[in-house]
Design a protein around this ligand. Structure first.
Ligand SMILES: [Zn+2]
Length: 369
């Protein structure tokens, strides 16, 4: 074993996954018994390592100055669960929404690197090694890198340091020369496709399409999937509102069934998407073409809605959707909540006034809900 490694290559091709596997192999009780030096995957240190609970594995990510400890901890936990998921603060400023880029500086600063170096001087708690994984180690400015260099020059005993970096060309030559380099290449579309099918239960046809779009990065593939899902849920949210207007159970029920089958969290997301639609309607009604819409690609549908339903009580619609969200969070029956919501939305779209979601219904329904 070398004491310091640099895993370098494009994003999303397995550098973090390999770092975690190496750390686990170093701490496995039965290492090497398989004859390949791999972790057994079953002993206590292995299970702890897999769940991110091993006290001798330290994972660090760069983050912006104002990030909360909870946010950082949650990202590192996600990284343990699936090291290919996008947890980078730069490419995903908030865990709740993807597809944006942060304008904030996301780096290891000098104070942070000092804390990390202190961490790595701890003697191993349970295993024979302490492993420090610094994700995106290319995001150090010169003072930070110079400080960190001391650690690589005189590494603590029984500590293995793994750096991962996309742009190793931007790192200090003195740091580069202290590490053993391992290069990671883009993945083949065939490998991405196969893994999507086997590990993420994606339909083969869709997996093939996404894999070809992913540009050799499994992280990109996961992001494409998530955004595709988001796009189809957004359509579903709009369609639910549209069909609600009919007050026709034959048209509303299929949507209620389809949505409630998704599970409670996705339903909450869907209700959030409904809110973004109605907010766009409010904005469009007030400002017309000048409105800065969230669903800007759907301006035509929004224009038609506002033109066709001049009497709609958009303010009530917002309130009903918010009320339904609270009910779903509060463990109410999801399908029933959606059904009642559809009815309330229909009334509001027709300009009828009612105080809350359940107003026209008898109390037994409340009891079931
Ligand atoms: Zn093991």
């Amino acid at each position: 074993m070398a004491q310091s490694y640099l895993f370098h290559g494009p994003d999303g091709v397995g550098k973090r996954a390999a770092a975690l596997v190496l750390a686990q192999a170093l701490l496995c009780e039965k290492k090497g018994r398989s004859g390949e030096g791999l972790a057994c995957g079953r002993c206590l240190p292995c299970t702890k390592a897999q769940r991110g609970l091993h006290p001798d594995i330290h994972v660090y990510v760069p983050y912006p100055k104002d990030a909360s400890i909870e946010d950082v901890t949650e990202r590192i936990q996600i990284l343990f669960e699936n090291p290919y998921r996008l947890v980078d603060f730069k490419r995903r400023p908030s865990l709740d929404d993807a597809g944006k880029t942060s304008s904030k500086q996301v780096i290891y600063n000098v104070e942070r690197i000092a804390e990390i170096m202190k961490d790595l001087h701890f003697v191993p708690v349970e295993g024979s090694y302490s492993v420090g994984i610094l994700v995106d180690a290319d995001r150090m400015n010169a003072p930070t890198a110079n400080k960190f260099l001391k650690m690589l020059e005189e590494p603590p005993e029984r500590t293995i340091i793994i750096l991962t970096a996309e742009r190793s060309d931007q790192m200090l030559p003195t740091i580069l020369s202290r590490c053993q380099h391992i290069r990671f290449d883009p993945l083949s579309a065939a490998d991405i496709e196969q893994t999507l099918v086997e590990r993420e239960q994606v339909q083969p046809e869709r997996a093939s399409f996404v894999a070809r779009m992913a540009d050799g990065s499994f992280t990109n593939a996961l992001e494409l999937l998530a955004n595709e899902e988001l796009a189809s849920r957004r359509e579903l949210a709009f369609e639910f509102i549209r069909q609600s207007f009919s007050k026709n159970p034959d048209r509303v029920m299929p949507f209620v069934e389809r949505i409630s089958k998704l599970g409670r969290e996705p339903v909450k997301q869907l209700l959030g998407l409904m809110l973004s639609w109605v907010r766009d309607l409010v904005l469009y009604e007030a400002a017309g073409e000048a409105a800065s819409l969230v669903n800007v690609d759907k301006t035509e549908a929004i224009r038609k809605f506002v033109a066709g339903l001049g009497d709609a009580r958009l303010d009530l619609m917002v309130g009903f959707i918010e009320e339904a969200t609270r009910l779903v969070e509060g463990n109410c029956h999801v399908a029933l909540t959606l059904l009642v919501l559809a009815d309330a939305l229909a009334d509001a779209m027709r300009g009828h006034n009612r105080a809350n979601l359940f107003e026209p219904l008898d109390s037994p329904v409340m009891a079931i809900a």
